[in-house]
Structure formats: C-alpha cells, structure tokens
Design a protein around this ligand. Structure first.
Ligand SMILES: Cc1cc2nc3c(=O)[nH]c(=O)nc-3n(C[C@H](O)[C@H](O)[C@H](O)COP(=O)(O)OP(=O)(O)OC[C@H]3O[C@@H](n4cnc5c(N)ncnc54)[C@H](O)[C@@H]3O)c2cc1C
Length: 479
C-alpha cells in the first residue's frame, strides 16, 4: 500500500518507519530542505550546529527509547545523573538539586523532594504531597478531568501555597509547555508528575550525542529507504485534492523554482504537519465536519531557542538546568552535555526563551542582549569584574508556532489519528496521545497512525494468501 505522508517531523518519520515494518510503502513529503520539523538543526559556516530547540529526552519516553533500540542507535543518548537542577535567583550563581536516589519509585522521587532543603519548607512539601494524592490514587481519569483548571488554579484548590508555584512549578511549566502556570492546563503537569512518580528512571534526563537531524532523523530515513519507502525534501503540500465523495484523490505538491505543481497519488494519505498548517490546508467540504472544526481550538505557541558561544568555560555542569529566570526557561552548556558539541575550553550555552510572545517579533540583537543580562545573574563570577566573559557569536532560532499551546480545556480539541475520511489520517504531537506536545508524543502519534492504517488495510502477503487458501492438512486428515 502506498501511503503519502506530509511532514518529516518526528511524527511523520515515525509513522513511515512503522508503516515499512508492516509491509507498506510510505512516501514522506517535507516542505523544507531539512528533516525534523521542531527538532531540525543546521550547521553554520564555522561547522557549528544550531537547533530549533534544546531537546531533553526522559526515561519516561518508552516509545522513543523503543524506536532508538529498533534503529540500533540507543547508545546515542547520553544519560545524565538522576537529578533535577535549579538556579536560585535569590542567591545568584548557586544551584539547588533534587537528587533522585536509585531506589524504587515513587520513593526515589519523594526522597529527592524531602532531601531538598533550599526550595521548599517542610510544610510546603507536606501540603503539596497531600494535594497530589488524588492524582496518584485516582490515576489518569482524574488527571484528564483536571484539564478544566490551569495548574495555578489546581494548586490553589489543593491548598498549596503560592511559594511552591513560584519556586518549582514556574520552571517546570515553562520547560514543558513554554507558558506560565496561570496559563497551562493542570493535566500537563499532573501527567508529567504521574510518569515521574510511577517509573523508577522516568525523570532521568538524556541528551542526544549530536544534532537531532543527523543523529536521530537521518537513521530513521535510512531505515525507511532500505525498506522501499521514500523521503523527499522540498516537497510542500499545496492542496489536498478531493474525490466527489469527499475522500482524498491526491496531494498537490507545489513546484519550486518555477517547476510545475505535481499531482501525487497514493492509496492512503497522512498529514504529519503541525496543527497550524493543517488548519490552513483543510479542504472546504471538511471544514464543516465536527471532527475538523475542533482543530480551531488548537494553535502553536511561540518559543525562541538561543545559542551563545563564549571565549571561556562558564560551567562544568553536564546537565539540563532550570534557570528560574522570568525571561528564560531551561538551558544547558552543550560543550559539556553533547559529545559532538564538546569543547574543553569554551562554553556554548543553548537556552530556551519562554514565554516568548512578547519577544518573538524583536530583533536577534535585542533578544541576545536581554539574555546576556540574565546570564549576569546566573553566572555572576564570569560577568562581573574586570575580565567579563566575551560572547564570540550567537544564533537565535524563533518558532512563532511550535507545539500546541496547552491551555486549560485543550484536551477536547485534540483529534484522534483516525479521521472520518476513509483514506486520510493525522499524526503529530498535537493529536490525542498521552505524552502531550513532546518528542515522545510525536513518535507515539506516528506509531498509532501506522497501526491504525495497518489494521484498516492489512498488507496481503502472497505467502500468507497461499496458506490461507490451501486446505489445512490437519482438517483434511481428521475429515
Ligand atoms: C524550543 C523547543 C524545545 C523543545 N524541547 C523539547 C524537549 O526537551 N523534549 C521533548 O520531548 N520535546 C521538546 N520539544 C517538542 C518537540 O520538538 C515536538 O513536540 C516534536 O518534535 C513535534 O513533532 P511533530 O512531528 O509532531 O511536529 P513538527 O516537528 O512540527 O513536524 C511537522 C513537519 O511538517 C512540515 N510541514 C509543514 N507544512 C507542510 C507542508 N505544507 N507540506 C509538507 N510538510 C509540511 C514541517 O516543516 C515539519 O517538518 C521542543 C520544541 C521546541 C520548539
């Protein structure tokens, strides 16, 4: 079965990978000249990589880990110490750690919270633990029901005091969804907390050993091609052409550089585009359908990823850091955390700026200047004094619409992978799956789409056909 997939982000690539496993022939059509969508990366003229986003992998990513294993590249994840590290704004230059001991869950996470003396008082810890009990006891159903509240509202309802929010959860919300706790759905944080509490290594963090495009996406593409599938770059979907009955007749691919548009036909069609281009692409007759109308309830959230190269080492920490800065979310010194970006003498900080709605339209110079002002608080030893660290170069990557904005009430708008159109499916981290807008969510969504297609349209293997049509020997003998 030929399956046309629009979008070579992780969802599209994962969908194609699992379709080849099921004996189908996927053809991935990507609009840009780079693989990966939100994990795309580029090399500058010095040979240095810069990325759409600083990406952390978690132990609680079973589908991503399985995919890496199936590709034989699981050794490309560089696992870090099992700890979460936060900056302390009131004590510039100091860090506070939640070290997770190697004991069964949930005791490991509970021990890490109890042992942290900097960020929460005993009373706050106990109140938060009690507040969390319904999520642990009543499970995923309770977590889903809490989508009607923002995380801040949920904390207040549980009687958890404001300082807990400002201390830990602003950082966590910004890291997971690029928005603050007053805007993010309670379901998001509770889902993540549940995974971390239920899996011994769920909160353990890894970094890829190089750029996601080369080290993660390329091996998926090789796998697809070796099994008869195709991945085409510079092949933007322009229009979804319909049959009279509303099913898909073809994908119209825009011809680039004066080339003619191409009518691309297949047996089945998948959109693995993110939700914003999918909404634009909806054919008119589909816009009336309840299933597709719901997409209007979803839109991508802006985020900015910065790369700053310095003339010296700012830190030796080989881990993700939660900045707890109003401007920034998480950051890492990639010269320590990532093998291919390693440098013993100079730091390359990769930082996520979020929430980014007030910054996305500003110039790169303004964004870099504001970030450096924040770094003066995070690294006072290197920016105060007579010999401050010098910025050698920078790259700023702005994404005006990234993952879907996970505000309260969004769960009901997230579509299933199977649509009412018989030969059309959706994939993408915004579609309904339990891992939210993440790499794990993208990989899982693609896998679910491939499964749904294979169930609806199983490949008829000629050797199976023979076995099925031949009269079973045992029956003949007993007859
Ligand atoms: C700054 C940042 C940091 C992040 N950090 C993390 C993290 O630490 N951990 C984590 O798990 N996740 C993280 N994420 C989220 C993660 O990257 C995404 O959830 C995931 O990559 C989304 O994959 P996707 O395939 O669903 O969508 P996308 O990656 O958006 O892929 C959609 C693809 O469709 C293509 N496309 C669009 N229009 C067309 C068209 N007309 N024709 C053909 N193709 C088209 C796009 O070019 C793109 O390649 C981060 C994201 C960002 C931006």
């Amino acid at each position: 079965m030929r399956v046309a997939i629009a979008g070579a982000g992780l969802a599209g690539l994962s969908c194609a990978k699992y379709l080849t496993d099921a004996g189908h022939t996927p053809i991935v059509l990507e609009s840009r000249d780079v693989l990966g969508g939100l994990v795309a990366a580029w090399k500058d003229s010095d040979g240095d990589w810069y990325e759409t986003g600083l990406h952390a992998f978690f132990g609680a990513y079973p589908n991503m880990l399985q995919l890496l294993k199936e590709l034989g590249i699981e050794d490309r994840l560089q696992w870090k110490e099992h700890t979460l590290i936060f900056n302390q704004p009131d004590k510039p230059g100091t860090l506070s750690r939640f070290d997770v001991p190697d004991i069964p869950s949930p005791f490991n996470v509970i021990a890490s919270i109890l042992r942290n003396k900097d960020m929460l008082t005993w009373e706050q810890k106990i109140r938060f633990a009690i507040g969390l009990l319904p999520a642990v006891v009543r499970g995923q159903k309770y977590v889903e029901d809490m989508d009607k509240y923002s995380f801040l509202e949920w904390l207040k309802r549980q009687g958890v005091d404001e300082r807990v929010t400002s201390d830990v959860f602003i950082a966590a919300c910004k890291a997971l969804t690029f928005v603050n706790p007053d805007e993010v759905s309670a379901t998001i944080l509770l889902t993540a907390l549940n995974r971390f509490l239920q899996e011994r290594y769920g909160s353990k963090i890894a970094f890829l050993d190089g750029s996601p495009t080369e080290r993660l996406c390329s091996p998926i593409v090789d796998y697809i091609r070796e099994r008869g599938g195709e991945v085409r770059l510079n092949a933007p979907l322009k229009e979804i052409l319909l049959n009279a009955d509303g099913t898909v007749k073809a994908y119209l691919i825009r011809g680039l550089n004066g080339a003619e548009d191409e009518v691309f036909t297949a047996d089945v069609y998948v959109s693995a585009m993110s939700v914003d281009p999918m909404k634009v692409m909806l054919p008119k007759p589909w816009k009336q359908m309840e299933f597709f109308k719901k997409l209007e309830g979803l839109e991508g959230v802006p985020v900015i990823n910065l790369h700053l190269w310095f003339d010296r080492k700012l830190t030796e920490i080989d881990h993700l850091l939660f900045s707890r800065s109003p401007l920034l979310s998480v950051y890492a010194d990639m010269s320590n955390t990532c093998r291919e970006y390693a440098n013993r003498d100079r730091s390359m900080l990769e930082l996520v700026l979020a929430p980014a709605k007030d910054w996305i339209a500003k110039s790169d110079e303004e964004i870099v200047a504001a970030t450096i002002a924040e770094l003066e608080k995070l690294f006072p030893d290197h920016f105060g004094g007579d010999n401050p660290a010098t910025l050698l170069k920078s790259h700023v990557v702005k994404t005006p619409r990234s993952v879907y904005k996970a505000t309260p009430g969004r769960q009901q708008y997230r579509p299933a992978q199977v649509t009412p159109i018989a030969n059309f499916y959706l994939a993408g981290s915004y579609t309904m799956q339990r891992y939210l807008g993440s790499m794990e969510g993208a990989v899982l969504s693609g896998k679910l789409t491939a499964q749904a297609i294979s169930e609806a349209l199983p490949v008829v293997n000629p050797s199976n056909l023979q076995t099925l049509t031949r009269p079973p020997a045992t029956n003949a003998a007993t007859a």
